[in-house]
Design a protein around this ligand. Structure first.
Ligand SMILES: *Cc1c(COP(=O)(O)O)cnc(C)c1O
Length: 405
């Protein structure tokens, strides 16, 4: 006969981030007691009777019925990410954009207004400016770091404040605490896309944000494998508004992808700290290279918001950018002579990627607006990975050397 279990469960509210990253959210089946999180690749779940099935449907947010609503592997990822962000609840989505679309769907209706920072992810701008506009939702874009412009943009129908910090690719910083006060006064929900810092480096909820958006595709996976997203916030908002929408509309995360993200979260902090250290070393070195006009990295003393970044973030993050004196020609030459860095627009990988924003990630932005936003033709972005920093410097250096003749 089996003896009754006597061990108590740990009090997760008392545990540190490193512990939560490897322990929070784990569920074990009673039958197998598997140590590592199992991957539940099943579209539905069985009941022992018609009565239990009816009861399950009556409490769809609690048990497991159908994987569009809930799935144990997805739940484990959601609970672990919520614990790391310091949020009460989380719902995972099929991509980062699905998370942003879901936020808009549950928070906005025709006639509502959004205030969004100008430097957000390109597809986010497309979503707000073309798709949501068709449903009668308008958006005002403001400067990320200019509090007065957030205040000035508030309208009677403003329902959502939305930003990303640090910005891509110029690493501008938003003062989350100050903007949260403006949002509160306006009675609007304040959402922060925490993709670049992740909870390992920045905790927007503790600074006054209401909702966190993630593209889990980036650092939560951290190894460039699968696409996914998440929304974190209060139990009332997530379970009351987001869950019913995702259950019905279906932008659900797959169990396989959730399992990959669960494994990613276990090493998130280690990766973020090491990749930030690598980025800082590279940024400091880049500042000294001939032909480099300016380096943008929040961990540099030369960054115009260094003090704010230091206060708000645990480290500078892994994204840096810099402008070359020779414009597009010099940027292309530098990118083409590298052998190690991957020429790809993705970021958040253990492998360093190098990008020319003006002709790739920001090519759909009109040239005037692009230049006004500081995305000049000589700008290069590097998303620093886990390679040895000396190897990265050696990979870049011949692009800075003067031609030999
Ligand atoms: C990539 C990205 C997104 C979109 O996420 P997907 O997973 O590609 O849909 C949103 N915000 C930021 C900051 C991103 O970098």
């Amino acid at each position: 006969m089996k003896s009754k279990p006597t061990r108590q469960k740990p009090d997760f509210s008392k545990l540190a981030q490193e512990t939560l990253a490897v322990r929070a959210g784990t569920r074990r089946t009673a039958e197998y007691q598997e140590h590592s999180e199992a991957m539940f690749l099943t579209s539905s779940f069985c009941f022992d009777s018609a009565e239990l099935a009816a009861d399950g449907f009556a409490h769809a947010d609690q048990g497991f019925i159908y994987s569009r609503f809930t799935n144990p592997t997805v739940s484990m990822f959601q609970d672990r990410l919520a614990a790391l962000e310091g949020g009460e609840a989380c719902i995972a989505t099929s991509s980062g954009m699905a998370a942003i679309m879901t936020l808009a769907m549950v928070q906005l209706q025709a006639g509502d207004h959004v205030i969004c920072s100008r430097s957000v992810f390109g597809a986010t701008i497309q979503l707000f400016s073309s798709i949501l506009l068709r449903f009668g939702i308008t958006t005002t874009y403001v400067d990320l770091s200019d509090i007065a412009s957030w205040k000035a943009a508030v309208q009677e129908n403003t329902k959502l404040f939305y930003l990303e910090t640090p910005s891509n690719p110029l690493t501008e910083i938003a003062d989350i605490k100050a903007i949260s006060k403006v949002a509160k006064k306006a009675n609007a929900i304040f959402a922060v896309d925490n993709c670049f810092c992740t909870p390992a480096l920045q905790k927007p909820l503790a600074l006054g944000a209401d909702v966190i958006i993630h593209s889990a595709t980036k650092y939560l996976d951290g190894q460039g494998r699968v696409v996914g997203g998440a929304i974190v916030g209060s139990k009332e908002f997530i379970m009351g508004k987001v869950f019913p929408f995702v259950r019905t509309a279906g932008p659900t995360l797959s169990a396989f992808n959730a399992w990959v993200f669960l494994k990613g979260l276990e090493t998130l902090e280690l990766r973020m700290l090491q990749q930030s250290a690598n980025a800082l070393a590279l940024a400091q070195w880049l500042e000294k290279q001939p032909g480099v006009e300016r380096v943008f990295y929040p961990g540099l003393k030369s960054h115009s918001q260094y003090a704010l970044a230091k206060r708000q973030q645990r480290a500078g993050g892994a994204i840096l950018s810099f402008t070359l004196k020779g414009g597009k020609q010099a940027a292309f030459k530098l990118i083409n002579q590298t052998q190690l860095c991957s020429i790809t627009a993705n970021l958040g990988d253990t492998r360093t990627t190098i990008t020319h924003p003006a002709t790739t990630t920001h090519c759909r932005v009109a040239s005037e607006a692009r230049k006004a936003a500081g995305i000049t033709d000589g700008l290069v972005r590097i998303a620093v990975g886990l390679e040895n920093v000396l190897d990265l410097k050696n990979d870049l250096i011949s692009g800075f050397k003067k031609p030999s003749k």
